[in-house]
Design a protein around this ligand. Structure first.
Ligand SMILES: CC(C)(COP(=O)(O)OP(=O)(O)OC[C@H]1O[C@@H](n2cnc3c(N)ncnc32)[C@H](O)[C@@H]1OP(=O)(O)O)[C@@H](O)C(=O)NCCC(=O)NCCS
Length: 156
């Protein structure tokens, strides 16, 4: 099946699919809710995994500063998990960061083991740029965030 999975930059026609992928996980507070408007406005940040014309996975790269960007909105459709799609999306996101000249990516996550397998290390949230809290403030768990911060240094 993996040969039929296409990892590519998101297009406007993917917005409904991206929102549909994220919504169930946003309802479980695993990722932040992204409205269609929000996805449209940040479309250039998104990468998708497509299988037979269906968007089965997505991830976004949000740049904060010259040296650091966040891996956001990483989700794979449950029917397509454990097929290395998450790995491929993350790898593509890291390539995108390198192309942009960014040497450090981070994520706030509950699946720290997934990121550790991909070469990330756990860090204290306090070491992340303060700017990230401008997004976190929209999260219900802002005052009691229990996500784990993971960081990877990229070779430019
Ligand atoms: C996390 C997620 C994106 C992984 O996608 P996936 O396509 O199933 O993962 P892959 O098949 O690429 O797995 C790559 C490796 O990570 C491991 N892995 C996958 N999901 C994992 C998880 N939830 N916890 C720990 N390890 C995990 C796999 O076993 C595999 O390891 P291996 O190479 O030793 O076999 C997917 O499970 C998902 O959408 N989860 C719900 C949303 C979520 O938590 N997103 C992360 C937000 S930061």
């Amino acid at each position: 099946m993996s040969s039929q999975i296409n990892i590519r930059a998101a297009k406007v026609c993917d917005v409904d699919g991206i929102e549909a992928l994220l919504t169930p996980y946003a309802q479980k507070k695993i990722v932040l809710q992204r409205s269609k408007d929000d996805v449209f406005q940040h479309l250039q940040e998104f990468i998708v995994a497509e299988y037979n014309g269906i968007v089965v996975g997505t991830v976004a790269l949000h740049v904060y500063a010259s040296h650091i960007a966040e891996i956001r909105s990483l989700v794979v459709n449950p029917d397509y998990q454990d097929m290395k799609i998450g790995y491929s999306l993350l790898e593509e996101c890291e390539k995108k960061a390198i192309q942009l000249g960014i040497d450090q990516v981070f994520a706030l996550t509950y699946v720290d083991q997934f990121f550790l397998r991909m070469g990330y290390g756990v860090v204290l949230k306090e070491t992340l740029p303060h700017k990230i809290w401008t997004v976190c403030i929209h999260c219900d768990k802002f005052s009691a965030c229990d996500e784990i911060a993971v960081v990877k240094h990229l070779s430019l």
